[in-house]
Design a protein around this ligand. Structure first.
Ligand SMILES: NC(=O)c1ccc[n+]([C@@H]2O[C@H](COP(=O)([O-])OP(=O)(O)OC[C@H]3O[C@@H](n4cnc5c(N)ncnc54)[C@H](OP(=O)(O)O)[C@@H]3O)[C@@H](O)[C@H]2O)c1
Length: 244
């Protein structure tokens, strides 16, 4: 069964599980080596889950685990982004990019977002200071930045290396770097489960600091069609397998 992100209610505990109770609302992700979230019941390692309070919508929460952890780890653990710095977020209206924009704004960074022409309004609504349209504008016009957060790869990633200021970081989640900044670091990483950080993200969801971009919400029977490449809609596609 495919799928990594999930939210729901604990129905059974494995031997020795601590920190969770039956009936508890949770969200999180299955390990990369094992999919399985697009199902009525999913076996998940407890370390990959964090509690969700009753007032957080399960549909919205399901949009956050991988995008939220990836954005956090990319910006702060790998990119070392801090207050007052400038970050260039590629794909700023997408699943990971939209969360990266909001987290970077929260820490007090200046955010330049990129995307397609149709992404401009969404990116501005999320809080980018500047939007660069990759279809009509020149990436190099951005100037130097402290951190690049890339989700696109290819030519955009190659050309982004030259935008990194001395001592800065080029972070990508798309592919290993073919090109590196002259005087900066380059990091390609795969997101790691982190219960404590998921709990931080849940707090932000609850108090409104984070708003995942939720796209289509479809029943389980329609999951294959929902993920067909030619049927994708903007925002995270959510598959509902049960009523809240
Ligand atoms: N390494 C990791 O741990 C990790 C974790 C999560 C995700 N990922 C990978 O990271 C990538 C992004 O994930 P996501 O969930 O953020 O995907 P997403 O929701 O599709 O967001 C990507 C955004 O970038 C835009 N985009 C893509 N190519 C573009 C281009 N050439 N010019 C302008 N805009 C472009 C997309 O627009 P369109 O929708 O119009 O194409 C979309 O808005 C995926 O390949 C995913 O598999 C890796």
């Amino acid at each position: 069964m495919p799928g990594h992100d999930l939210s729901g209610v604990v129905v059974e505990l494995g031997y020795g599980t601590t920190g969770l109770d039956i009936g508890q609302r949770v969200f999180g992700l299955t390990d990369w080596t094992r999919n399985g979230s697009l199902a009525e019941y999913t076996a998940v390692e407890a370390r990959n889950l964090a509690p969700l309070s009753a007032d957080v919508d399960l549909t919205v929460a399901a949009a956050l685990p991988i995008s939220g952890l990836t954005a956090w780890q990319g910006l702060f653990d790998h990119g070392h982004l801090t207050t007052g710095e400038t970050v260039l977020v590629h794909g700023a209206a997408g699943g990971v990019g939209s969360i990266a924009v909001q987290l970077a704004r929260e820490v007090g960074a200046r955010v330049i977002g990129t995307g397609r022409t149709s992404d401009r309004d969404q990116a501005l609504a999320l809080g980018v200071d500047t939007f660069l349209d990759l279809q009509t504008e020149k990436l190099e016009d951005v100037g130097k930045v402290d951190v690049v957060f890339d989700v696109i790869g290819g030519d955009i990633l190659d050309r982004s290396a030259a935008l990194v200021r001395a001592g800065g970081t080029l972070v990508t989640i798309a592919m290993p770097h073919p090109v590196r900044p002259t005087d900066g670091r380059a990091v390609f990483f795969v997101v790691e489960p982190d219960r404590a950080r998921l709990a931080d993200l849940a707090t932000r969801l609850r108090d409104g600091r984070l708003k995942p971009v939720v796209g289509a919400v479809r029943p389980l029977a329609e999951a294959p069609a929902a993920f067909a490449p030619d049927k994708r809609t903007p925002g995270k596609t959510i598959i509902r397998v049960a009523q809240d």
